[in-house]
Design a protein around this ligand. Structure first.
Ligand SMILES: [Zn+2]
Length: 291
């Protein structure tokens, strides 16, 4: 049951949802740095959230969540693409407040001038960036507020993480036709499904598999499950991307770097891959040769 995303539909009802469970991929990502416990828990929730949100997009590309703040916490980001590949990274200064955590609220409570960005980057087409106020206690609360204010799609998100496993569930009310709308009003369906979802405890979300979670919550509904999707850690770094970064900083900056470091060493912060550019390669990017 490691690293899965299970979509579900409730029959005859305009509600869809996703359940995400992370274990092995979370281990891999959290072992890439020596993170404090509260940072691990925050990254677990952020990774789960990106995997849930990625499923709501109909694009080839990636979605990332990035939290930035002043003070000892600097930033954290998590990303998921349409292939279910996830990665995450955080930067912060040691702080005893990060030593223990129940959930994302531990870190969020310490943030000074925090901002949460939602970035959607299709492989083709325009990028989108949403800015979310971080004024709710938990990451899930902040994301639901974003959907309420910006996307106006009724959305319920629950997230939970330990330093070992993470789990999350998202339900959305889809656009309705008038008959369905009347049915929803008659049945009080959305509030009822929301209340059921709130009965889920953090440890259930982390420990149980998707089918068990859905059975516990919605066993009175007719829940349909399409095929489960795999999630995995993967990094999108490459020598070509490093070359793009060198081109971005410009030939003069590259020459200055070569004066200090030749060949130029570039390390991927996510996966610790090393890339190297000789002076000839680096200058060749600008059509220049060694003189
Ligand atoms: Zn990498």
């Amino acid at each position: 049951m490691s690293d899965l995303r299970q979509r579900f539909y409730i029959e005859n009802c305009p509600i869809r949802g996703e359940v995400v469970h992370l274990e092995q991929a979370l281990h891999t990502i959290l072992a890439q740095r020596d993170y404090a416990e509260a940072i691990k828990v925050l990254l677990g929730e952020m990774l789960t959230a990106t995997a849930l949100l990625a499923s709501t997009l109909k694009i080839q590309g990636r979605i990332s969540l990035q939290i930035q703040a002043e003070g000892s916490f600097k930033w954290a980001m998590a990303e998921c693409n349409h292939l279910g590949e996830i990665r995450a990274l955080a930067d912060y200064e040691a702080d005893p407040r990060f030593d223990h955590a129940q959930d994302s609220s531990t870190v969020l409570a310490t943030l000074v001038s925090p901002v949460l960005f939602i970035n959607i980057e299709p492989e083709k087409g325009e990028r989108y960036q949403g800015i979310v106020p971080l004024d709710k206690a938990t990451l899930a609360g902040c994301l639901m507020q974003y959907y309420d204010l910006s996307a106006q799609i009724p959305t319920k998100i629950v997230l939970a993480s330990t330093t070992q496993c993470a789990g999350g569930l998202l339900i959305q009310l889809l656009p309705r036709n008038s008959e369905e709308e009347q049915q929803l009003i008659d049945d009080d369906l959305w509030p009822r499904i929301n209340l059921l979802t709130e009965t889920l405890k953090a440890d259930e979300l982390i420990e149980l598999d998707a089918q068990e979670i859905l059975y516990r919550l919605y066993n009175e509904e007719d829940v349909r499950l399409p095929e489960v999707e795999q999630l995995k850690f993967a990094c999108t770094c490459s020598k070509a991307r490093c070359a793009d970064a060198l081109i971005q900083i410009g030939v003069n900056a590259v020459k200055e770097t070569l004066d200090i470091q030749n060949p130029i060493q570039m390390d991927c912060q996510f996966c610790n891959s090393h890339y190297q550019f000789s002076a000839e390669e680096a200058l060749g990017l600008f059509g220049q040769h060694l003189s």
